[in-house]
Design a protein around this ligand. Structure first.
Ligand SMILES: *Cc1c(COP(=O)(O)O)cnc(C)c1O
Length: 360
């Protein structure tokens, strides 16, 4: 049997893609705000719940641009349980990440601990909707209002999730998403930034394209743009998303049912949430059990990933290190089981059996 990885990129029929590329070749414009990019940004509006959506180079530059657009220079309270980019974007912008612990059930940042970590230098909260599951957006909004803080959501996993009747990517002052090839919706490389006010939107557009319009220079920008070739993939993938989301849900529940009654912790989808089922985290009872399972699966050429390991509090290059015991413990026991469109039911059942054999 072929190697099974945690994810596999969904690729539409090549002919569908080349059909769109023919238009690009015909027009000769391959980047710099071309018609496919504009079409994609328009089509992304309902998925972000705002007219102000930008398609950018990747999900990391999206975070950097968000911090810049909101003039964040001080402390940013953030989650230790995320992909490394959510903390390194803060460091890259010469801001100070302050990790506070997560809720052991939602896996997202714990609002009560945010409030306890606020200092006079705190300017923003950068929270991740980890695995596409919503943060406690209402509690975070209340804290931010009370203390005059900006809220940035790293929504890299959140495409397709709706919460309280709105796209999850519509919350906060700014929400970002990653459209990397490993994510549920992708443009090969790419990402988005969504905001709500015209001024931030204009600033983001300038920041994305070197800070100038023609010969008028306004601010220090960067190249955060993306191309017509990536936009073409984005336009195409949007057409496939309904069937991807539907299949993903069935796959997710197949795992969940197969693992019911075992001593493994699974994600809990909160009420009022239409979940995108982007990931299937299985929290093993111990790190030893996780290692034993990984070894067993590797012998069968099945390779889940330790998402997210280690806890970002353990990054070696942090100058000040907080301890977040819940995130550190979770990171040691969490495994994301293979989950991608092409994964068939028989293989899901087989993987679930392997997992069960390491559980009580
Ligand atoms: C993938 C990811 C990113 C980075 O996105 P890229 O498009 O790969 O730059 C940021 N944050 C989280 C939580 C991610 O999973």
């Amino acid at each position: 049997m072929a190697q099974v990885l945690v994810t596999r990129t969904y690729l539409p029929e090549l002919s569908e893609y080349t059909e769109l590329l023919e238009g690009v070749w015909h027009r000769g414009q391959v980047t710099n705000n071309g018609p496919l990019l504009q079409e994609l940004e328009d089509s992304l509006v309902p998925h972000h719940g705002t007219d102000h959506v930008l398609f950018v180079g990747n999900g990391t530059i999206a975070l950097q641009l968000a911090l810049r657009a909101l003039d964040i220079t001080g402390e940013v309270i953030t989650t230790p349980y995320s992909y490394v980019a959510s903390t390194t974007a803060i460091l890259w912008e010469h801001c100070t990440p302050v990790h506070v612990d997560i809720d052991p059930v939602t896996f997202c940042i714990d609002p009560a601990r945010i409030e306890a970590a606020i200092t006079p230098r705190t300017q923003a909260i950068l929270a991740t909707h980890v695995y596409g599951l919503p943060c406690d957006v209402d509690a975070i909004a209340t804290i931010a209002r009370r203390h005059g803080l900006k809220v940035i959501y790293d929504g890299a996993h959140a495409f397709g999730t709706t919460h309280q009747g709105r796209p999850l990517l519509s919350y906060g002052d700014i929400s970002t998403c990653s459209f990397h090839a490993t994510k549920i919706y992708h443009t090969v490389e790419g990402g988005s930034i969504a905001c709500h006010d015209e001024e931030t939107y204009r600033k983001l557009r300038l920041l994305r394209a070197f800070g100038h319009i023609k010969d008028d220079h306004f601010l220090v920008g960067i190249n955060g743009k993306n191309s017509e070739l990536h936009a073409a993939m984005g336009v195409l993938m949007l057409r496939h998303m309904p069937s991807i989301l539907e299949r993903r849900k069935a796959q997710w529940w197949r795992y969940a049912e197969a693992l019911q009654g075992c001593d493994v912790q699974l994600a809990r989808v909160p009420g009022d949430t239409d979940y995108n089922h982007a990931y299937f985290p299985a929290i093993m009872p111990s790190e030893a059990a996780l290692h034993a399972l990984l070894e067993d699966l590797a012998k069968n050429d099945i390779h889940p990933r330790r998402y997210f390991y280690p806890s970002l509090t353990e990054l070696p290059y942090l100058s000040a290190r907080g301890t977040c015991p819940i995130a550190e413990d979770l990171a040691r026991r969490a495994l994301c089981l293979p989950l991608f469109h092409q994964l068939d039911d028989a293989l899901i059942d087989r993987i679930a059996l392997f997992v069960r054999s390491h559980l009580k």
